[in-house]
Design a protein. Structure first.
Length: 244
């Protein structure tokens, strides 16, 4: 199983390289970036034990259909632990609202995730209106960290500042559905609440005018998990390198 996962990862990375390299591809429709983060906070949860490297790639066709992916190291004290997300859907606009809707599959490699985390499929709807942006996600299957029918909503805004700086803020909350019960009778989280503030992030970022690079300093505020466990606050920095 580990060999299959590693082979699939290598094959996926090769396909991404080919997509960028082949002459004649509509590069104007490809978005790609690489990010170095001193900490990886995902939905308020600290993922791993240190800095991570992430890569994002997205191709959007002229008709609005898109496919993309995200790769992230996780460093759960093991080099083989990674997160691989694949998404597909449709993007469009309605007046001033730009939106995307589709499905995203969160996958994990290595020894830390449980068998139930082999693949979590979530539907999503995201949009932006001026400086405001939002996303709503809901899983279609159970795992050790979420249940089918849960709803995670995050809203934020970005405010440009002088000297190529910008301020960003976002906040997320969870509606929790019934407990995830696996085939062997185990319960992932015995939920003590149906709604909770999950996380918020305050950021100061600066773009480098002569380079496709952004630097960011972030403060993440942790909320609560399904069982009432409080999440920690974190300070971290990022370096975002975009495809020119």
């Amino acid at each position: 199983m580990k060999l299959i996962k590693k082979y699939g990862l290598v094959r996926g990375l090769c396909l991404l390289i080919i997509m960028i390299s082949v002459p004649g591809m509509a590069l104007a429709q490809i978005q790609a970036n690489t990010i170095l983060k001193s900490k990886y906070i995902w939905g308020g949860v600290l993922m791993g034990d240190g800095a991570v490297v992430q890569g994002n790639l997205k191709y959007t066709a002229e008709n609005g259909l898109f496919v993309g992916g995200m790769f992230s190291t996780l460093d759960f004290s093991h080099l083989g632990n990674n997160q691989i997300d694949v998404k597909a859907g449709y993007s469009g606009s309605f007046g001033r609202l730009n939106y995307e809707t589709g499905l995203v599959r969160h996958g994990f490699t290595g020894d830390s995730p449980t068998d139930e985390d082999a693949g979590v499929l979530r539907s999503f709807f995201s949009g932006s209106l001026g400086n405001m942006h939002f996303i709503v996600l809901s899983p279609l299957n159970d795992s050790s960290w979420t249940s089918a029918g849960d709803v995670y909503t995050k809203i934020g805004f970005v405010q440009p500042l002088p000297a190529d700086f910008r301020f960003a803020a976002s906040a997320g909350a969870y509606y929790f559905n019934d407990d995830a019960v696996f085939s062997d009778g185990r319960v992932a989280f015995e939920k003590t609440q149906s709604f909770a503030f999950r996380d918020a992030t305050l950021s100061i970022e600066r773009a480098i005018p002569s380079l496709p690079v952004d630097f960011g300093l972030h403060y993440s505020i942790g909320g609560e998990r399904q069982n009432g466990l409080e999440l920690d606050d974190h300070v971290w920095f990022s370096i975002n390198m975009r495809l020119p």
